[in-house]
Design a protein around this ligand. Structure first.
Ligand SMILES: Cc1cc2nc3c(=O)[nH]c(=O)nc-3n(C[C@H](O)[C@H](O)[C@H](O)COP(=O)(O)OP(=O)(O)OC[C@H]3O[C@@H](n4cnc5c(N)ncnc54)[C@H](O)[C@@H]3O)c2cc1C
Length: 491
């Protein structure tokens, strides 16, 4: 479509990218009388690096002093309990342990302990006996550990989707399937072009993750580059729940990685990873046998009883590391009113609430007049998680709405009513349903329930089955109707 034919739209603030940084920023800005629009290139928010990470709310002891990572990590950690309570998102404060397997490694553990004390992070030094009492499945050769009880685990996609839902309920506009393909400035005004729209904005917030340097360059700003760094992770069957309680970190051996971890996720599964490999491209999310071997041998140094036969799935995410080795949180030196929230690699998930909370202040300093919105509602409507309810509560729900009695995903105990609710809250694809409800995330990996979920999506969205996709255009699951195949003489 020619630019002239595209729909024109004017807003005060346009956010590019609906990852955890963009969605939480949108929610923060929804607290003010501002016209805010978030543009996301995918069919749903939260599908970039935010979907594929370890989900750890870091304690704030790993980050080097003087970095933006250190500035935002611990404050972000402290915001999590209230944030997840307001947005009704799965979160638990199970603590993190950095484990020493030799006397030499104890030096680093003591350094983390001292750093924690200095930053006000609650930390305790544990002896071998204390660590083993807390984590009986740990390698008995453990020498000691530092324990940070306020480290936690969250479901990152759930948080991004919930933040967006809450931002939209408070007046933020969301456009999905809207990649920014061109951008420029004319005087004080900034323009963003998508395949269908030209958006004019007073302020543009660049939260495009791996592609943040591309967005900056569209504006003629080459002040930073993104250097992709891949991390593979492997997820165990729910049977292993309880084998490890806190997230286990080894003493890191490199400056760009915290090492291979053993991670109890927010919903009770056990996960191992991630690797940390520099990549020549931004979109390689394949997993490899070589990385699997590396992850297994490293994680078994800490927990020897981990059984590779209990792995049910694996994935990879790509960190958007900047060439500065730190977050890039600043107004563009070239384009007034272009705010970069870029290079948000680990611990970006943890830091994101604190980064987002700083944005209104930065916009005010730029000259935007921020008037608090009187009707801002920080809470989103609670989500029913059928599997977590008592028998009596389940029976009562089924009496009120028989769709709670129709079990769709047997592995994860997800009902039709929960899937319908997820669609009402913004799910448009199989992945959107899976990440919101866990339907299809269990042992059979949606082998049984996918056709049923597809028919619910088709019915609720009013689209034919052929348009139901796994994750947006190009990933549709039904290519032909059986009748058409018969017509082609295929069967
Ligand atoms: C393997 C791995 C493990 C990690 N573990 C942790 C952890 O345990 N704890 C922690 O704190 N951090 C962790 N991180 C880091 C964390 O995942 C990131 O810091 C965080 O997700 C970054 O969020 P973001 O919003 O900046 O980027 P993203 O989530 O990538 O969001 C950017 C968004 O911009 C959109 N976009 C891109 N280009 C365009 C365009 N042209 N137009 C419109 N939209 C566009 C994308 O589709 C995407 O939705 C991990 C990272 C990896 C890779």
């Amino acid at each position: 479509m020619e630019r002239e034919a595209k729909t024109k739209k004017r807003v005060q603030v346009a956010i590019v990218g609906g990852g955890i940084v963009g969605t939480l920023t949108a929610r923060e800005l929804a607290r003010y009388e501002l016209d805010v629009l978030l543009l996301e290139k995918e069919a749903e928010v939260g599908w970039g690096t935010t979907k594929a990470n370890s989900g750890i709310v870091h304690a704030g002891i790993h980050e080097e002093p003087g970095t933006l990572k250190a500035k935002y990590c611990f404050p972000g950690n402290q915001m999590y309990p209230k944030l997840c309570e307001e947005l009704d998102v799965s979160f638990r404060q199970n603590g993190i342990l950095v484990v020493a397997l030799s006397e030499e490694e104890m030096d680093t553990v003591r350094m983390y302990y001292q750093r924690g004390l200095k930053r006000g992070v609650p930390v305790r030094l544990l002896t071998r006996e204390e660590v083993l009492a807390q984590e009986p499945n740990l390698n008995p050769e453990v020498v000691g550990a530092v324990f940070a009880p306020e480290g936690g685990a969250v479901m990152p996609f759930e948080l991004a989707a919930a933040a967006m839902e809450n931002a939209v309920a408070n007046g933020v506009q969301l456009m999905v399937d809207s990649p920014v393909i061109n951008a420029w400035a004319e005087g004080e005004q900034k323009y963003l072009e998508t395949p269908t729209h030209v958006i004019e904005a007073d302020v543009v917030i660049n939260a495009a993750g791996l592609f943040a340097d591309d967005i900056a360059r569209m504006f003629g700003d080459d002040s930073f580059s993104i250097l992709p760094r891949k991390g593979e992770e492997y997820l165990f069957d729910a049977q292993l729940e309880g084998m490890v309680h806190s997230t286990l970190f080894p003493v890191p051996r490199s400056k760009t990685s915290k090492g291979i971890l053993v991670i109890p996720t927010a919903d009770g599964n056990l996960m191992i990873g991630p690797t940390s490999d520099d990549m020549p491209v931004k979109d390689d999310i394949g997993t490899t046998a070589e990385a699997f071997e590396r992850i297994f041998s490293e994680s078994r140094r800490m927990v020897p009883g981990l059984d590779p036969r209990k792995i049910i799935t694996q994935f990879a995410g790509v960190r958007a590391a900047s060439d500065r080795g730190d977050f890039v949180i600043e107004f563009s030196p070239k384009v007034p009113g272009l705010l970069h929230l870029a290079g948000i690699e680990s611990p970006g998930l943890t830091a994101a609430p604190a980064i987002a909370a700083d944005v209104p202040k930065m916009l005010q300093e730029y000259g935007l007049n921020l008037v608090p919105k009187s009707g801002f509602e920080p809470r989103r409507e609670k989500v029913v998680r059928f599997r977590l309810l008592s028998r009596e509560e389940q029976d009562e729900l089924i009496r009120q709405n028989p769709a709670y009695g129709r079990m769709v995903c047997r592995c994860e105990t997800v009902t039709e009513a929960e899937i319908v609710d997820a669609i009402k809250r913004g799910a448009r694809t199989l992945d959107g349903v899976k990440f919101r409800t866990r339907a299809g995330a269990g042992r059979c990996q949606s082998g049984f329930c996918q056709p049923v979920i597809m028919s619910i999506l088709s019915r609720e969205l009013g689209i034919p089955m052929e348009q139901v996709s796994k994750r947006g255009a190009g990933t549709e699951q039904v290519n032909f109707k059986a009748k058409e195949l018969l017509g082609k003489g295929v069967c």
